[in-house]
Design a protein around this ligand. Structure first.
Ligand code: GLC
Length: 498
């Protein structure tokens, strides 16, 4: 199968340098892998990092940067590295009172000592919430693709999942199913006014809880307990409520905007549910009209009392597709929106992290004049090639799940993806696999960009894998696919109330 696909491709683009680029990228990738406790355990964030500046940590293994690394290793059936990575993260899960259950942002071995950063060394000293949420997702993908149920049901993994769940499933001052976080708590780790319930964290929470449930189901199969049953019920309820919440408050289309603009404001009391967050119509930005056109839709960046964040975040929206948070028609509305706005979102270097950027006074006030996040740069409207594989996989997975739906649109999406892939293929080697790109079209290498950035390299390799080598590998990302069957359903909470 693999051979057939690559031959087909060679017929289409006989004169390309594709094979050489892929070969080189693979070589670079091998050099990113480093050992911990004598065994390969993951990739450094970037290959060329200034070795003498100890405060810079691109030579460490970042959990989030290793997401595409681990997925790629799974496609290569290099399960031992993935298991070592997962085990080390588990060993490093925090046990101190205030952060119990949190996974580190990054770690590295120095002189035989494992050193982990839980945020105490980062800009702003913020904990990366996304790192903790990614762990169960990667763990579940590993278990289902390697078949290593023994690892999944082991005491260590089951305990790790419970510790993580303690951070989410506990009483709070809030009655909503979202996780509240400070600014800078995920990939966007410099000030960008993304505090509260930012899309990426909430969608990741959704995927993470779904994977926790799958892992707990495995544990139940091997050594069930009433506590586990109760946790499963609670987790599934949470997943359900979170999805309802996100679809209700974050999903917008041209149609929903027309309703939102004409809602009453200043509502309180039990029966007034049209405008719970008291959003005034004046806060709806003008650019949204063309952005949504007739049939587009997307998940907005955040909902907060009176101040929704209408910016478009590529990763949160892609994950909304991959994790099955969005319905199939909603996913296609998102694809239409991307196609319609491709000059913004893809341009010369797919794909932009967040749109539109904040400029002048808004940039000053909301980023605290952050010098790296200036308009059209870095997190503030910069282009990150490492994001394309997430969006590309959403298209490919959608096509696998719904092969007959809107064939015309999906054909256009596949063509768009091909073009984006070719932009990477042609530009990234020349630009030394840069971390990010600047400017309205993303043509310029990021002003402070690292080179030979691992997730840029491996993101490209992953797309190559899905498009050319083995299209079936995209199913790895399907959280439902290969799920361990549920022999005696635990749907009835009544059974456990005795
Ligand atoms: C930057 C990015 C962050 C990434 C890290 C290592 O801090 O903002 O998302 O994990 O670099 O590549």
């Amino acid at each position: 199968m693999a051979g057939r696909f690559s031959q087909q491709n060679q017929r289409v683009r006989p004169s390309s340098k594709e094979d050489q680029v892929v070969l080189k990228a693979r070589e670079h990738f091998e050099r990113t892998l480093i050992p911990v406790r004598g065994q390969l355990a993951g990739s450094v964030a970037a290959l060329e990092h200034p070795r003498h500046d100890e405060a810079l940590n691109y030579g460490e293994i970042f959990l989030r940067d290793n997401v595409p690394v681990m997925v790629y290793l799974l496609t290569q059936k290099r399960f031992d590295i993935v298991k070592q990575f997962l085990s080390i993260c588990l060993d490093l899960q925090s046990t101190t009172y205030q952060t119990r259950g949190v996974f580190p942002t990054s770690f590295v071995e120095e002189k035989g000592q494992l050193i982990a950063d839980y945020g105490q060394r980062s800009i702003g000293r913020i904990t990366s919430v996304d790192a903790s949420l990614w762990w169960p997702v990667l763990c579940w993908m590993y278990v289902k693709s390697s078949g290593d149920e023994e690892f999944g049901s082991s005491q260590a993994v089951q305990r790790g999942v419970q510790l993580l769940l303690d951070l989410v499933l506990h009483p709070t001052f809030e009655g909503t199913p979202v996780l509240f976080v400070p600014d800078c708590a995920f990939m966007i780790d410099r000030p960008m006014d993304v505090w509260g319930a930012p899309l990426e964290v909430e969608v990741l929470l959704y995927g993470s809880l779904r994977c926790c449930a799958q892992i707990m189901e495995l544990g139940r199969k091997h050594h069930g307990s009433r506590l586990l049953d109760q946790r499963l019920i609670l987790t599934r309820q949470w997943v359900h409520d979170l999805r309802q919440f996100l679809l209700k408050h974050y999903w917008v289309t041209s149609k929903t905007m027309q309703v939102l603009r004409r809602r009453p404001t200043e509502q309180y009391g039990d029966n007034q549910h049209q405008n719970e967050f008291n959003v005034q119509p004046q806060v709806i930005p003008d650019w949204l009209q063309d952005w949504l056109e007739n049939r587009g839709g997307y998940l907005i960046g955040n909902i907060r009392t009176g101040r929704p964040d209408f910016r478009f975040y590529s990763l949160g929206n892609s994950l909304g597709c991959l994790f099955g948070l969005l319905t199939a028609p909603q996913q296609r509305a998102l694809f239409r929106l991307t196609l319609h706005n491709r000059d913004h979102l893809m341009a010369e270097m797919p794909m932009r992290i967040c749109h539109p950027p904040m400029e002048s006074l808004e940039w000053q006030n909301k980023t605290g004049s952050d010098p790296k996040n200036w308009p059209w740069s870095y997190h503030n409207g910069g282009h990150w090639p490492s994001l394309l594989w997430f969006f590309g996989s959403s298209i490919l997975l959608h096509e696998r799940r719904h092969p007959h739906a809107d064939v015309l649109l999906m054909g256009q999406m596949k063509a768009l993806l091909e073009e984006c892939y070719w932009s990477h293929l042609n530009q990234l080697p020349r630009q030394q696999w840069a971390e990010y790109f600047d400017g309205p079209t993303g043509t310029w290498v990021g002003q402070q960009s690292r080179t030979y950035q691992t997730w840029t390299i491996v993101g490209f390799l992953l797309l190559h894998q899905f498009l050319r080598v083995n299209p079936d590998d995209v199913l790895l990302l399907d959280l439902d696919e290969g799920a361990v069957p549920d022999p005696d359903s635990i749907d009835s909470p009544v059974r456990h109330n005795d």
